[in-house]
Design a protein around this ligand. Structure first.
Ligand code: ADP
Ligand code: ADP
Length: 228
């Protein structure tokens, strides 16, 4: 079963003549373990698609479901879907390790397991020597790796990353993406990454192209059933 499925899902902001159709009826699905890249220019609807898939937003028309993720409740989704955003998202007063541990504590994970899962996630992302650093004391690439560790520590089935390398230089961005993909593969998690950078797109097996709120084939034809 797909982890997430969009059936003719559209999202419109506002009403009347000023309404903006962020995405037209999108039909697509992400199977377990898949590595999908959503490529398209700024404003083409990539973030909107990701927010719909994450359950952070609801379609105006059509349907978004998570057949492979059991429950449909918001808490259920949050346990199975990890979201990585573009910008810095770490809590400034907490160390890297505390940032990774916090969501586990909120989930009610026992303290000894919090410690082992936090440690394992930091090692997986090559951050063990930086565990005690505050976000201020990390480079942008290191901070983004901590954000990835924080998501992976919860053991998600699906990682949704919205322009995760958008604020990093090319080399750092590629490195962060590589460790994200490797770590997700080790955990068996599916990954969907949005990007406007064709180089980033090349690192992923499945590429969906977006233009003007629609999924399109590389040649320009509308792709009506991406991944389904
Ligand atoms: P991308 O991620 O590809 O840059 P977005 O999904 O952010 O694209 O945006 C798609 C379109 O929807 C753009 O025209 C954008 O301006 C518009 N849009 C996105 N979010 C909002 C919002 N909250 N209110 C109004 N328009 C929005
Ligand atoms: P991205 O290109 O990475 O999606 P944007 O700068 O387009 O980033 O959007 C950043 C935030 O602003 C998003 O939460 C998006 O929903 C919102 N947004 C984008 N366009 C508009 C808009 N025209 N009006 C209101 N909010 C918007």
């Amino acid at each position: 079963l797909p982890l997430v499925r969009c059936e003719d899902a559209a999202r419109t902001y506002g009403r009347g003549p000023g309404a903006v159709v962020a995405v037209h009826g999108l039909t697509c699905a992400v199977p377990p373990g898949a590595r999908v890249c959503v490529v398209g220019p700024s404003g083409s609807g990539k973030s909107t698609l990701l927010h719909l898939m994450a359950g952070l937003d609801r379609p105006t028309t059509g349907r978004v479901s998570h057949p492979g993720l059991g429950g449909e409740s918001a808490e259920g989704l949050a346990r199975h879907i990890g979201v990585v955003f573009q910008g810095p998202s770490l809590l400034p007063p907490l160390t890297a390790a505390e940032n990774v541990a916090l969501p586990l504590r909120i989930d009610g994970v026992p303290e000894d397991e919090v410690a082992s899962r936090t440690g394992a996630a930091l090692v997986r992302l090559g951050l063990e020597s930086l565990a005690g650093r505050l976000p201020d004391e990390l480079s942008a690439g290191q901070a983004q790796r901590v954000a990835v560790a924080r998501v992976l520590a919860r053991g998600p089935a699906l990682v949704l990353a919205d322009e995760p390398t958008g604020q990093l230089d090319r080399a750092t961005g590629r490195q962060v993406l590589a460790v994200l993909l490797t770590a997700a593969a080790e955990l068996g998690a599916a990954v969907l990454v949005t990007t406007h950078d064709p180089l980033v797109a090349r690192a992923l097996d499945i590429r969906w192209y977006m233009a003007d709120g629609r999924l399109v084939q590389p040649g320009g034809r509308t792709d009506t059933r991406a991944g389904t």
